[in-house]
Design a protein around this ligand. Structure first.
Ligand SMILES: Cc1cc2nc3c(=O)[nH]c(=O)nc-3n(C[C@H](O)[C@H](O)[C@H](O)COP(=O)(O)OP(=O)(O)OC[C@H]3O[C@@H](n4cnc5c(N)ncnc54)[C@H](O)[C@@H]3O)c2cc1C
Length: 836
C-alpha cells in the first residue's frame, strides 16, 4: 500500500511539474527528493531493489545534471548551442514571398490550438453575430429584393450572362461598395455584414453573386481603400462604390497559377514622350487568364513584376511585384473575351497587353508602393479569404439542406416520404451537420475579421474546409433528389450550385494546395508559439544575435514539448475528465473538455511534425494535409461550441451539437492516426502513439440513432429548421420554385394523418390510384376521407405534382446556335495554340 501511495505521489508530482512547465531547478529538486526517498526506504519493496546504490548514483547524477543545466550559461554552452548548430540548415527555409505572406496575417484562436492549452475565453470573447441597424436593414431590404429579382435559369441558360437590370440594381443600391468606407462613398459594412449579404445572394443564385462578390473581395476597391494614394481614393472609390467603374483583378497567368508569385508579367520603368512632355511611366506586358468580371470590367487591377534598369525609382533593378490600375479602354489593353467556367454565366475571361505604357501614378499607392504588391495582396487575402468563400459555402450548405429536407418530406416512394428511409437519413444528417458547423465557423471567423483580425491560417483552413463540405452537401442534395436534381431547367434549384462548386474549390488558393501546403506547412510557422522565432534566429545573418534569440526560445520550446507530452498522456488516459472548460457551459462542458484534450494531442504531434520533418515539411504533403484536417476539426468543434452559446444554448440544438462534436473528434482522431501511421521517422511515431492513443483508438462517429434524430428534426418545419438554415433567401410564394417547396411542406405535414388513411385504403384495395381515376374523390365517396381531408389531400396532390415535376423542352428550344461552334468560324486561343 505504501508503495502504491508513493508511486501515485511521485507520478502526480511528475505530471504537475511537466504540465506546468516547471523550471529545471524544480526538476532537479524532484529527482533529488525521489532518490532520497528511495534511499531512506520510502519506496521499500518494489523500489528498494538490491541495486539501489546504482539507482542512487544515477538519481543523484541526474539531479546534479539538471541542477547544473538550470544555470543559463552552462545550459547555453552544452545544450542550446549544439542544438543551434545541429538545427541550422535542417529547419524549413522561408522565401521572401512566404515571409511576406506570414507577416501579413494575425494569429488568434489558431495559435491557442497550437499551444495545446487554449484559453477558451479568447474564443468566447469574439462577439456573436452583430449587425448595425443599417446593415440589418440592408440584408432584409435590398438584399432580399435582389434575391427576388435574380433568376438563376435566366442567367445560367437563357442569357448566359448577368442581365442589365440586375447590374443596374446592384450598382444603384451600392452593393459594389460594401467594403468601401462611407467617407469614400461606399457602404462601409462590417465583414460580418458582407458575409451575410453575400451568403444570402448566393443562396438564390450561386452564379449571380459573383458580380457582388468580386468587387467586394481582393481587387481594386480594397487595394485602393487600404493602400491607394489620396488622389486614387478620391477619384476611384466613389466611382467604384456607385458602379461607374466595374473592377477586376488579374493575378493568375497561364504559367503562374497556384505559384502566382512566379508570374512572367513584367513592367519596365521608363521615360517616354507623351503629349509633348517627357513622362516617367511603366511599359507593361502581361498575359492573364481566368479573370472574373474581366469581360465587363472598366478598371483592370494588374499584378506584375517591376524592373527599373535605369534606377529611376532609386530601388535598384528588380523592384518586385507591383500592382497597378489600368482603365480597360486604355490603348493596348486586350480584354473582353470570355471563358466558360463550368457552364456558369458570370463574366470571366483573359486579358493581355504588350508594351502598354501607363504613367507612374497608375501604381496602387504610387511609386512608394512599387515592389510591395505581394505584401499588399497577402494582407488583403489573410482577411478576405475568411469572407466570400466561407459565406457562399455556408449558404450553399444551408440552402441545400433547406430545399432537400423539404423535398425529402414531400417526395414519397414505397408509400413513404423518402426522408424517413435510413439510406436517406444518412446524407440528410450529414447535410444538417455541415449546415450547422459551416454557419458556426463562418460566423465566428467573420466576427474575428470584423474586430480587426486578419486570421491568415484560419482563413486558409476555412476556405478549403467550407468549400469541400459545400461540395459534399451539394452532392448529397443531388443524390437525395435523384432525377429531379439532375434534369436542368427553370425549376431546378441544385444545378446552379453544382456548377459553381468547382469554382469555389479552385479560386483563392486551390483546395489541394491550401490544405496540404498553406494551412499547416506554412500555418505552423505562423501559429506555432516558437517555430518562427527559432527559424528567424537560425537564419539570422548576425550569428551572435541569432544565437541569443535561439537560446531564449529553445528553452521555452523544450519545456513546451515536455509539457505537451505529459499533458497529452494525462488527458488521454483520463478521457479529458480533468481538462478545463469555460464557466457556465453546463450542457456542453464535456465537449469543451474534449476540445482541450484534443488540442493537447494536436500540439504534441504538430510540434513533433515541424521539428522532425524540418525542411521536408513542404514536401511531406500527405502528412501536412492530415495535420491541416486535424486542426480544421478542432476549429469546427470550437465554432460549433461557441455558436451554441451565442445562440442562447437552445435545448433543441443540443443533439445536433453532440452529433457535430462526436464526428469532429472522430475525424480528428482519424487524421492523427493517419499522421502517425505514415510518419517517416518510425521511432517518433512509436513514441507518440502511446501518448496520443494510450488506450487505443476507441472513438466512434455519431451513432445511426443520433443521425436519425438529426434527420427527422430537419424534416420538420419550425424554429429549429429555420435556425439551421438562417440568413438564406427563403420564399413562401408558391409561384417561386423554392417557395413552392416551403408551401408544399407545410401542407404535407398538415395532411399527414389524412394521407395515412388514404394509403391504408389504397393498400387494402378499397381505393384505386391510377392516372385515369380520381382516387381522392373515390376515397371521399367511400367514407375513407372527410370532405375537409379530401380537399386538403387534393390540394397537396397538385402541389406535389408541381414539386416533383422536371422541365422538358422542344428540341429547337435547346439546340445550340451553330454560330457558336468553331466549325462555323470562331477559333479559341487554345485552338490557335494547338494549331501552331
Ligand atoms: C472561375 C475562376 C475564376 C477565377 N478568378 C480569378 C480572378 O478574378 N483573378 C485571378 O487572378 N485569378 C482568378 N482565378 C485563378 C485561380 O486563382 C487559379 O485557378 C488558382 O490559383 C489555381 O491555379 P491553376 O488553375 O493554374 O491551377 P494549378 O496551379 O495548375 O494547380 C493545379 C492543381 O495543383 C495543385 N497544386 C499546385 N501547386 C501545389 C503545391 N505546391 N502543393 C500541392 N498542390 C499543388 C493545386 O491545388 C491544383 O489542384 C480564377 C479561376 C477560376 C477557375
Amino acid at each position: 500500500m505504501a508503495e502504491l501511495i508513493f508511486l501515485l505521489i511521485a507520478l502526480a508530482a511528475l505530471f504537475a511539474l511537466a504540465m506546468n512547465r516547471a523550471p529545471l531547478w524544480a526538476w532537479s529538486a524532484f529527482v533529488a527528493v525521489l532518490t532520497l526517498s528511495l534511499q531512506v526506504g520510502l519506496g521499500h519493496g518494489a523500489f528498494h531493489a538490491p541495486n539501489i546504490d546504482i539507482g542512487a548514483v544515477l538519481g543523484w547524477g541526474i539531479a546534479g545534471l539538471l541542477f547544473a543545466l538550470s544555470f543559463p550559461d552552462i545550459r547555453r554552452k552544452y545544450v542550446t548551442l549544439p542544438a543551434y548548430r545541429a538545427l541550422k540548415g535542417a529547419m524549413p527555409t522561408i522565401s521572401d514571398t512566404e515571409r511576406e505572406a506570414l507577416e501579413a496575417g494575425t494569429v488568434g484562436w489558431d495559435a491557442e490550438l497550437f499551444s495545446g492549452t487554449p484559453d477558451f475565453n479568447r474564443l468566447l470573447s469574439v462577439p456573436p453575430i452583430t449587425l448595425t441597424a443599417e446593415e440589418r436593414a440592408f440584408l432584409d431590404g435590398p438584399t432580399d429584393e435582389l434575391c427576388r429579382r435574380l433568376s438563376d435559369w435566366r442567367i445560367r441558360h437563357e442569357l448566359h450572362d448577368i442581365p442589365d437590370d440586375i447590374w443596374r440594381f446592384v450598382c444603384e443600391q451600392g452593393f459594389l461598395g460594401m467594403l468601401i468606407s462611407k467617407a469614400h462613398g461606399g457602404l462601409g459594412f462590417s465583414a460580418q455584414a458582407q458575409s451575410l449579404i453575400l451568403g444570402k445572394i448566393s443562396s438564390r443564385s450561386p452564379d449571380g453573386v459573383t458580380i457582388v462578390m468580386v468587387p467586394n473581395s481582393l481587387g481594386p476597391g480594397e487595394l485602393i481603400e487600404k493602400y491607394g494614394t489620396e488622389a486614387q481614393k478620391a477619384h476611384y472609390l466613389p466611382r467604384l462604390a456607385r458602379g461607374d467603374e466595374i473592377p477586376c483583378f488579374a493575378l493568375t497567368g497561364p504559367f503562374s497559377g497556384s505559384d502566382a508569385a512566379s508570374m512572367r508579367d513584367i513592367g519596365i520603368v521608363t521615360k517616354e514622350w507623351r503629349d509633348g512632355s517627357e513622362t516617367l511611366g511603366l511599359r507593361l506586358t502581361w498575359d492573364k487568364r481566368y479573370i472574373t468580371l474581366a469581360p465587363k470590367a472598366t478598371l483592370l487591377g494588374l499584378a506584375f513584376r517591376l524592373f527599373d534598369p535605369d534606377n529611376h525609382l532609386g530601388r535598384g533593378e528588380d523592384v518586385g511585384i507591383t500592382l497597378a490600375l489600368i482603365p480597360t479602354d486604355h490603348e493596348g489593353v486586350e480584354i473582353g473575351r470570355r471563358h466558360l467556367p463550368g457552364g456558369a454565366a458570370f463574366p470571366n475571361g483573359p486579358t493581355r497587353g504588350r508594351d502598354v505604357f501607363v504613367p507612374l501614378d497608375a501604381i496602387i499607392g504610387g511609386a512608394e508602393r512599387a515592389g510591395q504588391g505581394w505584401r499588399m495582396l497577402m494582407s488583403c487575402l489573410a482577411a478576405g479569404r475568411s469572407i466570400s468563400l466561407p459565406a457562399t459555402a455556408a449558404a450553399g450548405a444551408k440552402s441545400m439542406l433547406r430545399s432537400t429536407s423539404a423535398y425529402a418530406r414531400i417526395r414519397k416512394q414505397f408509400n413513404l416520404p423518402i426522408g424517413y428511409m435510413e439510406g436517406i437519413e444518412e446524407p440528410l444528417a450529414r447535410m444538417a451537420e455541415n449546415a450547422y458547423a459551416l454557419e458556426a465557423a463562418r460566423a465566428v471567423t467573420a466576427s474575428m475579421v470584423s474586430r480587426g483580425e486578419k486570421p491568415a491560417v484560419i482563413s486558409a483552413l476555412l476556405k478549403y474546409v467550407s468549400t469541400e463540405r459545400m461540395r459534399q452537401s451539394v452532392n448529397d442534395a443531388l443524390d437525395i433528389h435523384g432525377g429531379r436534381g439532375i434534369c436542368d431547367g427553370p425549376s431546378n434549384y441544385i444545378q446552379g450550385a453544382y456548377q459553381m462548386v468547382p469554382v469555389g474549390i479552385t479560386v483563392e488558393g486551390a483546395n489541394i494546395l491550401t490544405r496540404t501546403l498553406i494551412t499547416f506547412a506554412q500555418g505552423a510557422l505562423r501559429s506555432h508559439p516558437y517555430l518562427i522565432t527559432e527559424i528567424q534566429a537560425l537564419q539570422d545573418e548576425d550569428r551572435e544575435r541569432g544565437k541569443a534569440s535561439f537560446a531564449r526560445t529553445f528553452d521555452d520550446h523544450v519545456s513546451f514539448t515536455v509539457s505537451n507530452m505529459f499533458g497529452a498522456l494525462f488527458h488521454n488516459v483520463t478521457f479529458g475528465l480533468f481538462a478545463s472548460a469555460p464557466r457556465g457551459v453546463e450542457r456542453t462542458r464535456f465537449w469543451w473538455k474534449q476540445l482541450g484534450r484534443g488540442a493537447r494531442s494536436f500540439a504534441l504531434v504538430a510540434d513533433a511534425t515541424v521539428a522532425l520533418l524540418g525542411g521536408g515539411l513542404k514536401v511531406r504533403q500527405k502528412i501536412t494535409g492530415r495535420m491541416a484536417d486535424a486542426l480544421a476539426e478542432l476549429y469546427l468543434l470550437s465554432a460549433v461550441l461557441k455558436r451554441y452559446e451565442d445562440d442562447g444554448a437552445p435545448r433543441d440544438d443540443l443533439k445536433l451539437v453532440d452529433y457535430c462534436a462526436r464526428n469532429c473528434l472522430y475525424r480528428f482522431d482519424q487524421a492523427l492516426i493517419g499522421v502517425l501511421a505514415n510518419f517517416p521517422m518510425r521511432w517518433a511515431a512509436w513514441l507518440l502513439y502511446p501518448l496520443v492513443f494510450p488506450l487505443g483508438v476507441w472513438r466512434r462517429p455519431a451513432s445511426d440513432l443520433a443521425g436519425k434524430e438529426i434527420a427527422r428534426a430537419a424534416l420538420q418545419p419550425g424554429i429549429y429548421r429555420d435556425r439551421l438554415t438562417r440568413d438564406i433567401f427563403i420564399s413562401n410564394d408558391p409561384a417561386d420554385r423554392l417557395g413552392l417547396l416551403e408551401f408544399a411542406l407545410e401542407k404535407a405535414v398538415a395532411a399527414e394523418e389524412a394521407d395515412r388513411k388514404l394509403e391504408r385504403a389504397i393498400r387494402k384495395g378499397e381505393v384505386r390510384r391510377y392516372h385515369n381515376n380520381d382516387w381522392i374523390g373515390e376515397a371521399e365517396a367511400k367514407g375513407v376521407l372527410t370532405e375537409d381531408e379530401a380537399r386538403r389531400l387534393a390540394e397537396l396532390r397538385d402541389l406535389v405534382a408541381r414539386v416533383i415535376a422536371v422541365d422538358d423542352f422542344a428540341p429547337e428550344e435547346i439546340r445550340r446556335a451553330e454560330k457558336t461552334s468553331s466549325a462555323a468560324g470562331t477559333t479559341s486561343r487554345a485552338e490557335h495554340l494547338a494549331a501552331e
